[in-house]
Structure formats: structure tokens, C-alpha cells
Design a protein around this ligand. Structure first.
Ligand SMILES: Cc1cc2nc3c(=O)[nH]c(=O)nc-3n(C[C@H](O)[C@H](O)[C@H](O)COP(=O)(O)OP(=O)(O)OC[C@H]3O[C@@H](n4cnc5c(N)ncnc54)[C@H](O)[C@@H]3O)c2cc1C
Length: 424
């Protein structure tokens, strides 16, 4: 059971509905698809596959939502870390339209699943706001709005006054207001996806770490301490918590610690002036914070975590100070929860859909945008297995250059980013 006193799931463990029962695997079973990892990637893949008539089992070393999917900021962000023109360049003529379609439709996929399966996760469709600071921020937001408008999304650029009226902070010189996205309770969403997959016939096993994957003729045998799954297809959705299960897979992504903190519920007065329309906000700043309110009016803010310690040991003091700088009325409000986790970054900022061997697929690397994109990746993995074909190219195992030095890389990026942000 996820505990709320270990700095792992904080506010979300305290306010989510109970975890669905997921008994450990303790026998040898056959299925069509064995899924490793019960976050959004794994559970969305399982749900889409079960709906397509596949016999699916899911293994998680802990329980559904234990990884990033039960810890994140709950911001449903449209788009990727790459802008739409960068996506086009990254995938080239053969794939660019489909890849942009994936980025464009990812938020809608989340809300469609929530509606169809009546997932109880405090979903709010308030859209998404990105705050810009200085000339660089303004330039980025102008371009971003134009790119979104070119694919039919009514993204609007707000000036400083309009931004302050919308958000209740004077922090920004401009904002992009995007019609898609919003926010949700992330652990509730992970558990809701699990319930939906279980209702569609999927068997989900908690406390069942996959410890090896071996070929068995045309099939694969996934072994846990007390049982095995033999399946034609294996899906790996372990993201920032990827271990040594598949040789080299750990090097596909770079886990980067992120910390979050939340207040007590704000008074009605404060709620009228702080994010009155319940927007999710992130920033153009390189080392940014991201924030929102939950459905009881708690202010939730996250930012960069520690580099050399475990994420859960990181301090949230800088996030709290930033919150009080942006919204001085928060001074004196009690901060109750701290928690943290490891989103997975990729070297080229693109998510990875990989075929590790015939029948073994992996999806990961959402660069902090995984509510929408991991859900969408699960759908793409399912499409690949059912023969419909994914809308992203399936590549071989991706390897991050200089992976062994990744902590030094994070340290250098954060330090340089902080210095450059001061000049913007
Ligand atoms: C602090 C934080 C804030 C974030 N904020 C946002 C946000 O506001 N908006 C947004 O869109 N994204 C955000 N993200 C990113 C988002 O949460 C992730 O991209 C997304 O949840 C990834 O889902 P996943 O299913 O791929 O991986 P995860 O949810 O991490 O799931 C991986 C699962 O694999 C399991 N596992 C690992 N190895 C094994 C094994 N050998 N056998 C069995 N199971 C195994 C783990 O137990 C885990 O449950 C944030 C992440 C963090 C940590």
C-alpha cells in the first residue's frame, strides 16, 4: 500500500480512492500480452488491448500508480517538450503529420478515457497556460501560439495585464492560453485506468516485479519471484523507474528528480484571487516551476529536485518561496505535503516507442509531459500489437549518449539554466 509519510505520493495518497485489489502473481500463466509497469503507459496499453479482445496481464513491482503516474503534478499539458515544428523536423516527411496528430490528440485521449470509463479523478478541463518571462519568453510563446494555430488549435497570446487577470500573479510578461488540457488527481487517474482495464478483463498483479524476460519459441516468458507469464507480446512501460530487466533499456532515458509541495486548502477569499479559473501553469523559464490548485483549493507547486540525493530527500523550500513570490497572499498559509519522483527525459526530447526484439515493445520518455503522452503511448503500443500500426515510428533500442555521466549532465544543465534564466 502506498504510504503518505515517505515523501513519495504526498497529497495524492491522502486524497485518492482506495487502490483496486491487485494480487501478486503466484502461478505460471499464459496470456496474449504481458505488460510490465502499471503506470499510465502500461495501464492504457492494457486497457486498449483488452478492449481489442486481447487476454492481458500486467505486472508491477509495487502497485498501479506507484511510479510517476501517482506522483506527478496532475497537469494535463498539450504538446511535447519539442515544439510542433521541431516534431516535424525530428520525424521527417514520412511521419511528421502522424506524429503531430499524436501530440495534438493526446489530451483528448485522456478526457475521452475519463468520460468513457467514468474515472473518478477530479478532472478539470480548464485548458493550459504557459507563462513567459522576458524577450525570450515572449518570442517563444508567440511562435508556439502560431504553430498551434496552424494545426487548428485556438492558442492565444495574452499580454502581461491579461495574464495577471487570468492567473492572479504579476509574474509574467506574456502567457500562452491553450484550449486543451487541464488537471486531475494523478493517483486517482492511475487507479481509475486500472479499474477500467480490470473491468475489460485485464488481470493486474501488484508486488510482482518482472525479473527476467526469456524467449520461449515464438513466445516470451516473463518471470517474477513466484510465477511466470508466457505471452506472444510483451510491453514494457517502466519509464523513470526502469531497472536492468532488459539489457540496455535503462539507458534509453534519463531519470531527473522533481519535487512537489502542497498547502492546506485555501480560504474562499484566496481562491478567488489565485488561479480563479483553475488553470494549470508552467513556464518558458529553463528551470521552471509548475503549479495549480487541487479540487479542494490546495495550492500545488513543483520544480527541480536534487541531483545527487534521492528525489524524496530533496527540499521543496525553493518551490514554496517561488509560490509566495508569485502569490504574496500565500504567505502564512500552511504547507502540508512534500513528495517527489523521477520523470524520464530523453536526449532528443522525443518520446521513445521501441521494439527491443520481435514481440517485445517498450514506450517511455515523456520529458515531464506524461499524463497525456503516456496515455497516448499506451494506445499506440496497443495499435502496434493489434496490427493497426502506431502513429509514431517504432525504432530499435534507443541509447542516450554518455548515459553513465547523466548526473553530471543534469547538474550542468540545471546550473547553466539557472544562470541564463537570471539574464532573461
Ligand atoms: C514529480 C513529478 C511531476 C510530474 N508532473 C507532471 C505533470 O504535471 N504533467 C505531466 O503530464 N507529467 C508529469 N510528470 C511525468 C508523468 O508523471 C510521467 O511521464 C508518467 O506518469 C509516466 O507514466 P509511465 O506509466 O510511463 O511510468 P510510471 O508511472 O513511472 O510507471 C512505471 C511503473 O513501472 C514499475 N516497474 C519498474 N520496473 C519494474 C519491473 N521490473 N517489474 C514490474 N514493474 C516495474 C514501477 O513500479 C512503476 O509503477 C511528472 C512526474 C513526476 C515524477
Amino acid at each position: 500500500m502506498i504510504s503518505d509519510n515517505t515523501n513519495t505520493h504526498g497529497l495524492w495518497a491522502a486524497t485518492a480512492p482506495a487502490a483496486p485489489p491487485c494480487p501478486a502473481l503466484d502461478s505460471d500463466e499464459d496470456c496474449d500480452v504481458a505488460v510490465v509497469g502499471a503506470g499510465y503507459t502500461g495501464m492504457s496499453a492494457a486497457l486498449h488491448l483488452a478492449e481489442a479482445g486481447k487476454n492481458v496481464r500486467v505486472l508491477d513491482s509495487h502497485e498501479p500508480g506507484w511510479g510517476c503516474s501517482g506522483r506527478n503534478g496532475g497537469q494535463i499539458n498539450p504538446g511535447w517538450k519539442l515544439d510542433l515544428d521541431e516534431i516535424a523536423r525530428h520525424y521527417g516527411d514520412a511521419w511528421k503529420d502522424r506524429a503531430i496528430g499524436v501530440a495534438k490528440e493526446a489530451c483528448g485521449t485522456v478526457f475521452e478515457l475519463i468520460d468513457r470509463h467514468k474515472i473518478d479523478c477530479q478532472a478539470v478541463r480548464s485548458g493550459y497556460v504557459q507563462g513567459g518571462v522576458g524577450k525570450r519568453g515572449l518570442r517563444q510563446l508567440q511562435q508556439r501560439c502560431e504553430l498551434w494555430q496552424s494545426v487548428g488549435k485556438d492558442a492565444r497570446l495574452l499580454n502581461a495585464r491579461e495574464s495577471a487577470d487570468l492567473l492572479g500573479t504579476e509574474a509574467y510578461d506574456a502567457c500562452m492560453q491553450h484550449p486543451d488540457g487541464g488537471n486531475l488527481q494523478p493517483l486517482s487517474y492511475a487507479r481509475g485506468l486500472t479499474l477500467a482495464a480490470q473491468s475489460a478483463g485485464t488481470l493486474v498483479h501488484g508486488n510482482s516485479a518482472a525479473i527476467s524476460i526469456e524467449p520461449m519459441g515464438q513466445d516470451w516468458r516473463v518471470r517474477t519471484t513466484n510465477g511466470t507469464l508466457t505471452a506472444r507480446h510483451v510491453v514494457i512501460g517502466t519509464n523513470g523507474y526502469t531497472d536492468n530487466l532488459w539489457p540496455g533499456l535503462k539507458k534509453a532515458v534519463v531519470p531527473v528528480a522533481s519535487v512537489l509541495t502542497a498547502t492546506e486548502p485555501l480560504s474562499d477569499n484566496l481562491r478567488e484571487s489565485i488561479l480563479p479559473a483553475l488553470h494549470s501553469v508552467s513556464e518558458t523559464i529553463r528551470i521552471q516551476v509548475y503549479y495549480r490548485l487541487d479540487n479542494e483549493g490546495r495550492f500545488v507547486i513543483g520544480g527541480a529536485g536534487p541531483v545527487w540525493q534521492a528525489a524524496e530527500q530533496g527540499s521543496t523550500a525553493a518551490c514554496r518561496a517561488m509560490a509566495e513570490r508569485y502569490f504574496p497572499a500565500l504567505k502564512g498559509v500552511k504547507w502540508i505535503y512534500d513528495w517527489a519522483g523521477y520523470p524520464a527525459m530523453t536526449w532528443d526530447k522525443a518520446p521513445k516507442l521501441m521494439q527491443l526484439a520481435p514481440g517485445v515493445l517498450a514506450g517511455m520518455g515523456y520529458n515531464g509531459r506524461g499524463i497525456a503522452m503516456a496515455t497516448m503511448m499506451g494506445k499506440q503500443l496497443a495499435r502496434e500489437i493489434t496490427g493497426e500500426g502506431a502513429d509514431l515510428p517504432v525504432t530499435a533500442l534507443y541509447q542516450t549518449p554518455f548515459h553513465a555521466l547523466h548526473k553530471f549532465g543534469i547538474f550542468a544543465t540545471v546550473t547553466k539554466g539557472r544562470v541564463m534564466d537570471r539574464f532573461d
